[in-house]
Ligand binder design. Structure first.
Ligand SMILES: C[S@@+](CC[C@H](N)C(=O)[O-])C[C@H]1O[C@@H](n2cnc3c(N)ncnc32)[C@H](O)[C@@H]1O
Length: 431
C-alpha cells in the first residue's frame, strides 16, 4: 500500500493542474513516504503526458497499479476530469445540477459517470405520474434528487434495512423498513406501493441482495418500466461476495440474461422465461446495469428496401410476373382469334378459281378465304410465341435459382465471412 499523505497528494495535483509538473516530479523524488520502486512509475506517468488532465489520469493509473488507497486514485481521476473537457458534458445535466447546487441537502454520494446514465434512461419518465422505488435510502439524498428531477407527479417510496434512514427522511417520502434480500418484503412493497415504473437498487450491493431483488422485482415492473442496479463493481470485490468471473456474482448473472435475450438463436436457451420474453434490452455500463422491461415478440427476419434486389427469389418473381403478363397477352389475342374463327370451316368457304373472272359474291368469298389463311398463320405465330415465352420463363427461373444457390454457397465460405467486416465498412461508407 502506497503511503502518501493527503497534503502531499493535493500539492502534487495542484502543481499539475496549474501547469508546474516539475514541482510534482520534485515531490515524488523527495517525499520520504514513498519507496524507491514506487517513484519510477509515478515519475514516468507524469512525464508520459503534456497536459494536466492526461498527467493526473496517468498518475491515478500508476497509483492504481501500485495498489494505493482508493481515495488517492479517486483524487487523481477527479483532477483529470475537472482539468480536462469531460466536465463540460455534464454542464447541462439536470441531475448533476441538482447534485452540485443542493449543498445543504441530505448526504448524496454518487459516481460521476452515473449522471448521464440516469438521464438517458429516466428522462422519459419526467413529469409523469410514475411510481418509483429506491432501494437503499441512507439519509434521503437520493429520494430528494429523484423527486426534484422526476417532478411533483412522481410517487416515490424507499426501502432500507436501517431505521436511521426512515428517521432521516422525516416523513417526506414513505420508507419501508426491511431487507431487500427477502422476497416477501419486496413483494409486499410492490403490492402496497407499486407496480413500479422505475426501480433503483442502491442498497447493500452484495451478490445475494442484487440477484434476489432483480429476480423478485423485475417481473413485477410495469410494461415499459426500467430496473437500474447501481455499484455492480461489487461483483469484483470479495467483501461483497464478488470475484472476477465468480460463479454467483451479479455481473455473471447479468451475462446469463444476455444469453436469454438471444434465445431465438440458440435452442438450448429457454425461450419462455421472463428474461427471454420480457427484457427488451440491457445496458451494461461501468458499475451500472439497466434492464428495460417490454414484452417481446419472437424476432424474425424481414427484407425491405434497396437490398431486395440481392435476393434472387424475389428478383425472379418480378421477372416471372413480367413474362407471365406477356404470355397472357399473347394467349388472350390467340383466344380472341379462335373465337372469331369458330364455326368458319374450309367447306363453308368454297374454293375459287383465281383465273375465273370473279362475280361480286365470289370476290367476297375470295377475300374471306385469304383473310382466313392469314388469320390461321397469325394464330400459329401466336401459339409459337406463347410457347417461347413459357420456355423463357422456365429457363430464367432456373438460371436465377441456380445463381441464388451459388450466392448462398459463397456466403458459407470462409473468405466471405472473413471479408464481412470489410463489406460492412464499405456499406457504411456508401451510406
Ligand atoms: C449507498 S446507501 C444508499 C444511498 C442512497 N441511495 C442515496 O442516493 O443517497 C446504501 C443503503 O442501503 C441500505 N441497505 C444495506 N443493506 C440493505 C438491505 N439488505 N436491504 C435494504 N437496504 C439495505 C443501507 O442501510 C444504506 O442506507
Amino acid at each position: 500500500m502506497v503511503l502518501i499523505t493527503a497534503d502531499t497528494l493535493s500539492r502534487m495535483l495542484h502543481a499539475l493542474s496549474t501547469g508546474y509538473p516539475d514541482r510534482a516530479l520534485n515531490l515524488i523524488a523527495t517525499d520520504a513516504a514513498l519507496e524507491d520502486y514506487e517513484r519510477a512509475p509515478l515519475t514516468e506517468a507524469i512525464q508520459h503526458s503534456t497536459d494536466p488532465s492526461g498527467q493526473a489520469r496517468a498518475l491515478g493509473d500508476a497509483f492504481l497499479l501500485l495498489e494505493a488507497d482508493q481515495a488517492i486514485v479517486n483524487e487523481c481521476y477527479r483532477c483529470a476530469f475537472y482539468t480536462g473537457d469531460y466536465w463540460a458534458e455534464l454542464s447541462d445535466n439536470p441531475l448533476y445540477a441538482h447534485f452540485l447546487a443542493n449543498r445543504s441537502g441530505a448526504v448524496l454520494d454518487k459516481w460521476i459517470h452515473y449522471f448521464p446514465i440516469y438521464t438517458r434512461h429516466l428522462d422519459r419518465f419526467r413529469n409523469l405520474p410514475v411510481r418509483v422505488l429506491e432501494i437503499g435510502v441512507y439519509r434521503g439524498g437520493g429520494l430528494d434528487m429523484w423527486s426534484r428531477y422526476l417532478g411533483p407527479e412522481a410517487k416515490l417510496v424507499g426501502l432500507d434495512i436501517d431505521d436511521a434512514a426512515v428517521r432521516a427522511v422525516r416523513g417526506k417520502f414513505p420508507v419501508v423498513l426491511g431487507d431487500q434480500e427477502d422476497p416477501e418484503v419486496l413483494r409486499r412493497i410492490s403490492e402496497e406501493y407499486g407496480p413500479f415504473d422505475v426501480i433503483i437498487d442502491d442498497g447493500g450491493h452484495t451478490m445475494g441482495q442484487q440477484i434476489v431483488t432483480a429476480e423478485t422485482l423485475f417481473p413485477m415492473l410495469v410494461e415499459g418500466g426500467v430496473f437500474i442496479v447501481e455499484d455492480t463493481h461489487t461483483s469484483y470485490w470479495s467483501e461483497f461476495g464478488g470475484a472476477l468471473k465468480g460463479d454467483h456474482t451479479f455481473i455473471e448473472w447479468s451475462k446469463n440474461r444476455i444469453d436469454d435475450l438471444h434465445s431465438r438463436h440458440e435452442p438450448r436457451i429457454e425461450p419462455n422465461s421472463v428474461w427471454a420474453t420480457e427484457v427488451n434490452g440491457m445496458h451494461i455500463y461501468d458499475s451500472v446495469v439497466v434492464l428495460e422491461k417490454k414484452h417481446r415478440f419472437r424476432p424474425f427476419n424481414e427484407v425491405a428496401g434497396t437490398s431486395s434486389y440481392l435476393f434472387a427469389e424475389r428478383f425472379s418473381e418480378v421477372i416471372g410476373n413480367e413474362l407471365l403478363a406477356t404470355r397472357d397477352a399473347a394467349l388472350l389475342e390467340r383466344d380472341q382469334l379462335r373465337a372469331k374463327l369458330q364455326g368458319v370451316t374450309d367447306e363453308e368457304v368454297p374454293a375459287v378459281e383465281p383465273s375465273l373472272a370473279p362475280r361480286d359474291s365470289e370476290a367476297e368469298i375470295l377475300l374471306l378465304r385469304n383473310e382466313l389463311v392469314k388469320t390461321r398463320a397469325q394464330l400459329a405465330e401466336l401459339d409459337k410465341q406463347a410457347t417461347d415465352v413459357e420456355k423463357e420463363l422456365i429457363e430464367t427461373r432456373n438460371d436465377l435459382l441456380e445463381s441464388w444457390q451459388q450466392v448462398k454457397n459463397m456466403r458459407k465460405t470462409v473468405s466471405w465471412r472473413l471479408t464481412a467486416p470489410l463489406r460492412s465498412v464499405r456499406r457504411a461508407r456508401g451510406r
